[in-house]
Design a binder for this molecule. Structure first.
Ligand code: IPE
Ligand code: IPE
Ligand code: MG
Length: 232
C-alpha cells in the first residue's frame, strides 16, 4: 500500500460528540486529547513518518473563557503524559503556531518536551497551537522583510523554497494527505501554503470516535488517489 509520509489532521467534532451524549463540551475535549496518542501509534504502525495535528487555532480564542482554559489545561496534561510516553513510542514532538501568546508555564513545558523528544526517531508529531496559516505567513513575511532590510538576503533570492524556510514548518516536508473529522469540509486557516498539493479526506466521524480502523480506511482511500502535481 502507498502510505502517505505525512498526514495533517484537523481533529474536529469534540464538542458536538459530547453534546450528543448529553455531556459538557469539555468532556469531548478530554476524550479527544486521549485519542491523539492512539492515532499517533496507529499512524506509526502503518508506516507514516509525520503527523501534524491542529489542536488550537488563532480563532479559537473567541470561544468562552472556560473552554479556552480547559483546552490549555488538557494541553499541559498531554505534554506531561508525553514526557513519559515519548521514549516508549519513539515519538518526537514539535509545535507550530505563535507560542508567544501562551502562558510561561505552558511554554516552558513545550520547550522541555521538544528538547527531550528530539532524540527519538519514530513518528514526528507536530502540534499546532495558536496556529493560523495567515498569521504564520504574516510572521514569515515580516521576518523576510526585516532580513532584506538588514542586508541578510537579497530581494532577488526570495523564491518558494526560501519562503518555506521562514514558515513554522521549515523542518518538515509538506503533508501528502489531509484528514478532517466531524463532517466539516473546510480548512479553517490550516496549512494553506503547505497543503497546496495534498489529497483531502473528509469523514463524518467525530474526532473522539476516529479509531485506528478509521485511519486505515482513510489511508486505503489515499492509496487509490492519483497524484499528478500538474503533470499528466
Ligand atoms: C475540535 O473540536 C477541538 C478544537 C477545535 C480545539 P471542536 O471543539 O471544534 O468541536 P465541535 O466542532 O464544536 O463539535
Ligand atoms: C478548526 O476547528 C481548529 C481546530 C481543529 C483546532 P474549528 O472547530 O475551530 O473550526 P470551524 O470554526 O468549525 O471552522
Ligand atoms: Mg469544531
Amino acid at each position: 500500500m502507498n502510505v502517505p509520509e505525512h498526514i495533517a489532521i484537523i481533529l474536529d467534532g469534540n464538542g458536538r460528540w459530547a453534546k450528543a451524549k448529553g455531556m459538557p463540551r469539555t468532556y469531548g475535549h478530554t476524550v479527544g486529547a486521549k485519542n491523539v496518542e492512539t492515532i499517533c501509534r496507529a499512524a506509526h504502525d502503518l508506516g507514516v513518518k509525520y503527523v501534524t495535528m491542529y489542536a488550537f487555532s488563532t480563532e479559537n480564542w473567541s470561544r468562552p473563557d472556560d473552554e479556552v482554559k480547559a483546552l490549555m489545561k488538557l494541553l499541559g496534561e498531554y505534554i506531561k503524559t508525553c514526557m513519559r510516553t515519548a521514549k516508549k513510542d519513539n515519538l518526537r514532538v514539535r509545535f507550530i503556531g505563535d507560542l508567544t501568546k501562551l502562558d510561561d508555564k505552558l511554554r516552558k513545558a513545550i520547550d522541555e518536551l521538544t528538547e527531550y523528544s528530539s532524540q527519538f526517531t519514530g513518528l514526528t508529531l507536530t502540534i499546532a497551537i495558536n496556529y493560523g496559516s495567515r498569521d504564520e505567513m504574516t510572521r514569515a513575511i515580516r521576518k523576510v522583510a526585516s532580513d532584506v532590510k538588514d542586508g541578510k538576503i537579497e530581494v532577488e533570492s526570495i523564491d518558494e523554497s526560501l519562503f518555506g524556510t521562514y514558515l513554522d514548518t521549515k523542518d518538515i516536508p509538506d503533508p501528502d494527505f489531509m484528514i478532517r473529522t466531524s463532517g466539516e469540509q473546510r480548512l479553517s486557516n490550516y496549512l494553506l501554503w503547505q497543503l497546496a498539493y495534498a489529497e483531502f479526506y473528509f469523514t463524518p466521524v467525530a474526532w473522539p470516535d476516529f479509531s485506528p480502523e478509521e485511519l486505515k480506511k482513510a489511508v486505503e482511500e489515499y492509496d487509490k488517489r492519483n497524484r499528478r502535481f500538474g503533470g499528466i
